[in-house]
Design a protein around this ligand. Structure first.
Ligand code: MG
Length: 384
């Protein structure tokens, strides 16, 4: 157990989700002060976390859940909000770790930046949906965004080895997902249970499906464009099945700098919340004697069509990535509900993007929100 008094205090948003719980593991491991917690509606879990971490405030996205939690915590003096953005604005805390799932993470991201907090960002949808607006808010606030996504954390770390003007390209690694090497025909038969079994990284259901379709990798291309100011031509996706190299960057002299480690989100969270320090934690080191070989493949863009579709959407710009994300959220929910097939996810998202070419000219948050709503309606129409 490491005790460090100089580490910053932290708010954990999406605290009962997979990344949120791993962030709280890091808080326990490093004895970090947690000043605020948020969740959707898991009241019982939140009560237990609140009693353990004794934050100043909690927020539940669901109003009835907030009322319930307020009653349960009546003896504690912990403030309970039904709006996460108000909680962020009214509560102290140096770092906001945003691990909310989906588009709902966007406003908390903007609130964190606008109230001058350092943002440890696990909610990739913030950047997918409104990357230009989020990056502008970070610049205005003079804040850097510390990526929690393993690939972007690796890229961020590797970029420390050279000057930005000497960067040639980013090599974004992908595990390839559980269905690497399958044909489109085979993918059409994939079940929910097969999709959720045995991911390399410990993740929630939504991102596990996104990893299996490679939508997640497509989102990560969009994330990288915004975080690192590169074009899609400068990003190459490399399938690396072992998930030991977490991504690489290549400089003009053809030198490649990579970050490697045991695949465990707690390492990414710990780096993001303790940056620029590198502190010891509970995740082990790579053992070269048992590691064996590292393999690399090109992604199958003809079968996993959501990956090239993501590149298309960010190249078109405007609200096209928001449309991509909204359609995917609807399609993945339907798949998890067994109302849509695995390949139906890809078809639904592609059809929605194709139906909304004008979204490329949307710029403001209001226009993006409107495109998001339209995309959800179009994506949902053919799904029973
Ligand atoms: Mg990732």
């Amino acid at each position: 157990m490491t005790t460090t008094t100089s580490l910053p205090s932290m708010m954990v948003l999406g605290a009962t989700g997979s990344v949120g719980l791993q962030a709280l593991d890091v808080a326990r491991e490093q004895s970090m002060r947690v000043t605020a917690l948020s969740a959707n509606r898991s009241v019982g879990e939140m009560e237990a976390l609140a009693r353990e971490f004794k934050p100043l405030a909690c927020a539940m996205a669901d109003a009835a859940a907030a009322a319930d939690l307020r009653l349960r915590l009546a003896d504690t003096g912990i403030r309970v909000y039904d709006d996460v953005c108000t909680m962020i604005a009214e509560t102290e805390g140096e770092i906001v770790l945003n691990s909310i799932v989906g588009r709902a993470g966007l406003e908390p991201t903007l609130t964190a930046l606008r109230t001058g907090r350092r943002l440890a960002l696990a909610n990739k949808e913030s950047l997918v949906v409104a990357g230009d607006i989020v990056m502008a808010a970070a610049r205005e606030a003079g804040q850097i965004i510390l990526p929690v996504d393993s690939e972007h954390s690796a890229i961020f770390q590797s970029l420390g080895a050279g000057r930005r003007e000497d960067l040639k390209k980013i090599l974004l690694t992908a595990s390839g997902g559980p269905f690497f090497g399958r044909t489109r025909e085979e993918l059409s038969q994939i079940t929910v249970a097969q999709t959720l079994a045995h991911p390399t990284w410990k993740m929630g259901a939504k991102i596990t499906v996104d990893s299996a379709t490679l939508m997640n990798k497509g989102f990560e291309v969009i994330e990288a464009v915004h975080l690192f100011g590169v074009t899609t031509e400068q990003i190459e996706v490399v399938v690396h099945r072992e998930s030991i190299i977490h991504s690489m960057v290549e400089y003009n002299d053809n030198s490649i700098i990579a970050q490697l480690g045991v695949p465990d989100m707690r390492t990414c969270v710990r780096y993001a919340v303790t940056y620029p320090a590198r502190v010891a934690g509970d995740v082990g080191a790579i053992d070269w004697r048992t590691l064996g070989s590292l393999t690399f493949y090109a992604p199958d863009m003809d079968t996993f069509t959501l990956l090239p579709l993501a590149t298309h959407c960010i190249d078109r710009g405007g609200a096209m990535p928001a449309v991509l994300n909204a359609a995917n959220e609807v399609a993945v929910a339907a798949f998890l509900d067994e109302r849509l097939s695995f390949t139906g996810i890809m078809d639904t998202v592609a059809a929605t993007v194709a139906a909304m070419p004008d979204a490329a000219s949307c710029r403001s948050l209001d226009e993006i929100a409107e495109a998001d709503r339209t995309a959800r309606r179009i994506a949902g129409e053919p799904i029973r």
